[in-house]
Design a protein around this ligand. Structure first.
Ligand code: ADP
Ligand code: ZN
Ligand code: ZN
Length: 798
């Protein structure tokens, strides 16, 4: 019997299956989807069993070294999904499988050495080894090449022996439990009368029907580990290790909530989706619901329907809005049925949440992108909230979009998918209009709450009228009123740091990172400049590097600077600042939000991370500083991103009894992506933007593929980019446009030059074949430092 194995190293030569003989003792156990350790060249590495076969087409095969699982960790569904995903994204199969298992299960195989006959070793090696003891190969490497070659020679002679050990990174966490090993009388008869501590412990244990943790026992007996020793020696107690879960939400309390009575609109939505869950019918719904229209309550109730039918559900939210509020709403409704998966969890916590899902101890997972791979096997509902968010697209190989995986899985399980948003991605809305997706609409806020009134302030005019402050007169007056009335405000700034860049007023020189070619950010607290791509730091220059002038200053405003200005003009306001700098520590995000919720501050000032998901009753004012900073990034979606962001931020205001207001400050207030926020008119935005896309020939009118090439040498990059473009132009049809090659917007990152080209096409059956050819052609050079990435669904054009 042979196992067809794919090894856990993503590369072209390993993207195929190898046959390994299955040793007799595992023949009845091994199944597709299990992990094995196999010899691969000189190494032993982890692999996944794809299938099992009676024959092998290879003449010589090696044997499986070790079987790592007692049951498949990749169910048949995932084996198929991985195949599809690899093809769809032009990536290696094993990198698709890696997405589906927690990092903790990515086993490492370590090489070790053991000295068999220490006396036969040459003297200079003898000092390195002890008889019978095991040494790590990695440690020996430090001894240098000459020692290693001598070691190799000894291995050949047999004086040193090589062993391979499998290192499981994701050890489960255990807790030691203790119980009596005999009756109370027997135990007491074995103890002397003076052994007071031990007698007390034995009494405590005799009152416990089940084993208790050692820690609990010692606490109750008010004693230390030392007191256990005599009990152990006399065999009075029995100890067992019990696995415990590392709980990312430990110590938190969740208030149980009951389903709300739905509004008519909400009910209509639920009535369309529920029959699909009942009848196991696959369908994709776009839920277009304005901010505050009660989408989350809809999600909760359709998930309830799935659970009532003994099915499971996945709820995806963008990483950024996995706020405690969202988790609260799910834990409050579904309690211990919920697992949470996001990047803030430790490797161990992720592993434990994954196992709870796999072992069917939970039925709902709330998580970010990768939670779409949650190993449920009776899916009844998949929801993607804020479906327009870019974080659903993975920006490294495999470059998949969670929506595509969701639709694939929903087809497999015959269940519905809901894509929800107040500002759907243009492509998604276009598909709904063409009835590829089912459009469901919630166009009113619940309980007749009004959409917030929006004021757009022209900052150029403010300047003409002599207002040089970063706050317009309108915004300042409204902020002041709110503080006086005890209402809360949110100030949103689409930036981070104290000031974005340092510029010379005399010559215009801007301080940039020498290896990334992007502006350095000034950090006030350290008086230093930092590169946010590679981490390079330098001190604040005193004079201009270009002309020597002393008029070199920081420009623009970051959250820190806004905070200072606020304290200056509104000293009575209590401000909480939330940005990358203030939320670095684990739990600080939660702490700041909860302080704001408890009304310990009047103003919440922050970046992107406060744009979404916040639902606080007393927010009645939202201010947006520098609304157009996103309009000028080199990306065909910049207008769409601006509208989405402004609409989302506005949505934080007036979600409850109090009506909300929004003030947007802009240097281009006439732009439709800003102007249309006034009327919260998604439809009008959609039409205008569709016309723009048609005119410029952008998605959804065409498909786009982005190829990025990078290398340390500029000439090499240009050379490869030009060859690739010429090849594309020759091979693809004349209707297809090939743009470039051009330097990428971020032309240099971490000392690598980057060039890109874009393919725009409507129908190009040869595309995949041609792209695979390109990838294969450069295969050997890829190992030599050339990077070539192919993105069939580009979202961010960096
Ligand atoms: P969205 O996700 O569409 O922005 P939410 O689901 O957060 O909106 O709902 C906004 C607010 O309205 C929440 O506080 C929520 O509890 C409340 N809400 C939702 N549905 C109802 C309902 N049927 N009756 C009363 N309040 C509701
Ligand atoms: Zn200068
Ligand atoms: Zn840099």
């Amino acid at each position: 019997m042979y196992a067809k194995v794919i090894v856990d190293v993503p590369s072209a030569q390993t993207d195929r299956q190898f046959d390994y003989e299955i040793p007799d003792n595992w023949k009845s156990i091994v199944q597709p989807g299990m992990r094995v350790v196999v010899p691969f060249g000189p190494r032993k590495i982890q692999g996944f069993v794809m299938s099992i076969s009676e024959q092998s087409s290879y003449e010589q095969t090696k044997a499986v070294v070790e079987l790592l699982d007692a049951e498949p960790i990749l169910a048949d569904e995932f084996l198929q999904l991985g195949n599809w995903l690899a093809e769809e994204t032009l990536s290696f199969k094993v990198s698709a499988y890696q997405l589906m298992i927690p990092a903790a299960l990515r086993t490492k195989v370590r090489k070790q050495l053991k000295a068999n006959e220490i006396d036969s070793l040459p003297p200079h090696l003898r000092r390195l080894f002890d008889q019978g003891k095991v040494y790590q190969w990695d440690d020996l490497i430090k001894e240098g090449a000459s020692v290693l070659s001598d070691v190799q020679a000894e291995v050949k002679k047999g004086t040193l022996e090589v062993e391979y050990v499998v290192l499981e990174k994701g050890k489960t966490k255990t807790q030691r439990l203790v119980q009596l090993n005999m009756s109370l009388e027997q135990a007491l008869s074995l103890l002397t009368k003076r052994a007071n501590k031990q007698i007390e412990l034995v009494h405590i244990l005799s009152r416990q029907p089940a084993p208790i943790s050692i820690q609990a026992l010692l606490e109750e007996g008010q004693t230390t580990h030392a007191s256990l020793k005599p009990l152990r020696e006399k065999g009075i107690i029995k100890e067992v290790d019990q696995e415990v879960y590392r709980d990312p939400l430990s110590g938190l309390q969740f208030e149980r909530t009951e389903p709300l009575k739905l509004t008519n609109q909400q009910q209509q939505v639920v009535d369309q989706v529920n029959p699909c869950i009942q009848k196991e019918k696959h369908d994709v719904f776009l839920l277009h619901g304005v901010t505050g229209s009660g989408k989350t309550e809809v999600y909760l109730q359709v998930i309830q329907q799935a659970l009532d039918l003994q099915k499971e559900a996945i709820m995806l939210v963008p990483e950024i809005s996995l706020t405690p509020q969202m988790v609260n709403r799910f834990k409050g409704r579904f309690g211990s049925e919920v697992a949470v998966l996001h990047s803030g969890l430790s490797m161990g916590e992720k592993y434990d949440e994954w196992r709870k899902i796999k072992r069917k101890e939970v039925k709902v997972v709330v998580g970010a992108r990768s939670a779409i791979f949650a190993p449920f096997d009776r899916l009844g509902m998949i929801i993607i909230d804020e479906e327009h968010e870019t974080s659903y697209k993975q920006e490294e190989n495999p470059r998949y979009h969670a929506r595509d995986v969701a639709i694939w899985r929903a087809q497999y399980h015959q269940c519905p998918v809901i894509l929800g948003s107040a500002t759907p991605l243009l492509e998604t809305y276009a598909r709904a209009k063409k009835e590829v997706y089912h459009l469901l609409t919630l166009d009113e806020r619940v309980q007749n709450r009004k959409m917030p009134a929006v004021h757009i302030v022209d900052m150029r005019e403010e300047l003409r009228e002599g207002n040089r402050s970063m706050f317009s007169t309108v915004l300042f007056e409204k902020l002041k009123d709110r503080v006086a009335n005890g209402e809360q405000s949110v100030l949103f700034l689409n930036r981070r740091g104290h000031s974005t860049f340092v510029m010379c007023r005399d010559c215009g020189y801007v301080a940039t990172c020498e290896s990334c070619d992007i502006s350095l950010t000034y950090h006030r607290s350290q008086n230093r400049l930092k590169c946010h791509y590679c981490g390079h730091e330098e001190s604040m220059p005193r004079t201009c590097k270009s002309c020597g002038s002393e008029h070199i200053r920081f420009f623009g405003s970051g959250t820190q600077k806004v905070e200072e200005e606020l304290t200056r003009v509104l000293p009575e306001a209590r401000v909480i600042r939330m940005d990358v700098d203030t939320t670095r520590k684990k739990g600080s995000h939660e702490r700041l939000l909860s302080a704001f919720e408890k009304k310990q501050a009047d103003i919440l000032l922050g970046t992107q991370m406060i744009a979404k998901g916040l639902d606080f009753p007393s927010i009645t004012l939202v201010g947006v500083l520098a609304a157009d900073s996103m309009l000028h990034i080199p990306d065909f979606r910049s207008a769409e991103r601006t509208f989405q962001l402004l609409e989302q931020v506005s949505g934080r205001a007036g979600r409850h009894e109090l009506t909300g207001e929004v003030v947007i400050q802009s240097y281009s207030p006439e732009h439709y992506s800003i102007d249309l926020v006034k009327a919260h008119d998604y439809q009008a935005f959609f039409q205008t933007e569709m016309n723009q896309r048609k005119f410029g020939q952008y998605p959804p009118y065409v498909y786009m593929t982005l190829i990025t090439i990078s290398h340390q040498e500029l000439m090499k990059v240009i050379d490869v980019a030009e060859t690739v473009v010429a090849f594309l132009r020759r091979e693809l049809s004349t209707e297809t446009t090939v743009l470039g090659p051009v330097a990428s917007p971020l032309a240099r990152i971490k000392d690598r030059y980057r060039y890109q080209c874009m393919i725009k096409y409507k129908n190009e059956p040869k595309l995949r074949k041609v792209l695979v050819e390109i990838r294969e052609h450069y295969q050997r050079e890829l190992n030599k430092g050339l990077q070539l990435t192919i993105d069939l669904q580009p979202y961010l054009f960096t």
